[in-house]
Write a protein that binds this ligand. Structure first.
Ligand SMILES: NC(=O)c1ccc[n+]([C@@H]2O[C@H](COP(=O)([O-])OP(=O)(O)OC[C@H]3O[C@@H](n4cnc5c(N)ncnc54)[C@H](OP(=O)(O)O)[C@@H]3O)[C@@H](O)[C@H]2O)c1
Length: 272
C-alpha cells in the first residue's frame, strides 16, 4: 500500500482530494491559526479543513497566501453552518470574502438540520457556478444519506464524520464505499481522549510511533481522508510523519476491535 503525504483520492466528481489534511476547529483565529496552517503547508500538507462556524476563515486564507504556494495547489474546505440554511449562496459568499478566495475546493453541509435537502439543491447550483468545486455533507448517517439520495440528483462527494478505532463506523463506511462517497475522518485523535489508552500504547511501542501517529495511519490504511487538528508546530509535523511504516493486517484488525461507539463530538444519529 503506497501511502505518501502527497497522495490524493479521486472523488466521485472526478476531482482529487489530498488524503491527509489539517483541521482547524478550535484553533484560535489570528496569529495562532495562521502559524498552524503555515507550519502544515511547510510540512507538506496540502489540505486545510475549516468552517464558517470555526471563526478562522480569514486566518486560513491569509496563511494560504503567505505560503507562496499557488491557490490551485492547496485544497480548502469550508462548511455551511446550521443557522445559514436560509441562504447557502450568501453564506458561501461570506466565507469566500473572509478567505479572500474565489472558490473553495469543497463545501459541506456541516450538520443534518431539517432543511438539508433543500440546501443541497443550493449547493448543486454553487458547484455548477464554480464557487464550490466539490460538494458534500458532514455528520450524515445512513438514514440521512438514503433520504438525500432519494430526493436529490447529486451524490455527495464526501461525508465527513467522526471516525477512529473507538468509533469504527464499519456499516457507514461500507455504505459510502458502495455509493462512491469518500469518508473523511474528523476527530481522528479522539480529541486526545484515548491517546493514553494502554492497548493503543502497546501497538505504538511496537512500531516506535506515537499513539497519534497510529490513529492517523489506521485511518489512512482504511482509505479514509483524515484531518487531525493541531495548533502546535511539533505535533503538526509529527502527525504527518506517518509514511515510513505500515500497520500489519493483524494489528489493523486489533485496532478495529477497539470500537466502543465513543463520540467525542456530536451524535447525529437522532437528528430527525
Ligand atoms: N464536521 C464536523 O462536525 C467536525 C467536528 C469535529 C471536527 N471536525 C474537523 O476535524 C478536525 C479534527 O478533529 P478535532 O479537532 O475534533 O480533534 P482531533 O484532531 O482528534 O484532536 C485534536 C486534539 O489533539 C491534540 N493533538 C494533536 N496532535 C497531537 C499529537 N500528535 N499528540 C498529542 N496530542 C495531539 C490537539 O492539541 P494541540 O492543538 O495542542 O496539538 C487537540 O487537542 C477539526 O479540527 C475539524 O477541522 C469536523
Amino acid at each position: 500500500m503506497e501511502l505518501t503525504i502527497a497522495k490524493k483520492l479521486k472523488l466521485n466528481d472526478g476531482r482529487l482530494i489530498p488524503q491527509l489534511g489539517l483541521g482547524v476547529w478550535q484553533t484560535r483565529a489570528g496569529p495562532t491559526c495562521e502559524a498552524a496552517v503555515l507550519a502544515a503547508l511547510e510540512a507538506g500538507y496540502r489540505h486545510i479543513d475549516t468552517a464558517a462556524m470555526y471563526g478562522n476563515e480569514e486566518s486560513v486564507g491569509a496563511a494560504v497566501r503567505a505560503s507562496g504556494i499557488p491557490r490551485e495547489g492547496i485544497f480548502v474546505t469550508t462548511k455551511l453552518w446550521n443557522s445559514d440554511h436560509g441562504n447557502p449562496e450568501r453564506a458561501l459568499e461570506a466565507s469566500l470574502r473572509k478567505l479572500k478566495m474565489n472558490y473553495v475546493d469543497l463545501y459541506l453541509i456541516h450538520y443534518p438540520v431539517r432543511q438539508r435537502n433543500r440546501s443541497w439543491r443550493a449547493l448543486e447550483a454553487l458547484q455548477a457556478g464554480g464557487k464550490a468545486r466539490s460538494i458534500g455533507v458532514s455528520n450524515f448517517t445512513i438514514t440521512h444519506l438514503n433520504e438525500l439520495l432519494a430526493e436529490t440528483n447529486t451524490v455527495p462527494a464526501v461525508n465527513q464524520v467522526e471516525f477512529h478505532p473507538y468509533l469504527y463506523q464499519r456499516e457507514l463506511l461500507d455504505f459510502c464505499a458502495r455509493r462512491g462517497i469518500a469518508v473523511e475522518a474528523y476527530s481522528p485523535l479522539t480529541k486526545g481522549a484515548r491517546l493514553k489508552d494502554p492497548k493503543l500504547i502497546g501497538i505504538a511501542r511496537k512500531y516506535s510511533k506515537s499513539t497519534a501517529q497510529i490513529l492517523i495511519r489506521w485511518a489512512l490504511q482504511h482509505g479514509l481522508v483524515v484531518i487531525p487538528k493541531s495548533a502546535n508546530r511539533k505535533r503538526i509535523v509529527e502527525n504527518a510523519d506517518v509514511f515510513d511504516f505500515e500497520i500489519s493486517a493483524a494489528d489493523m484488525q486489533l485496532l478495529d476491535g477497539f470500537n466502543e461507539n465513543l463520540r467525542t463530538c456530536w451524535d447525529p444519529t437522532d437528528a430527525p
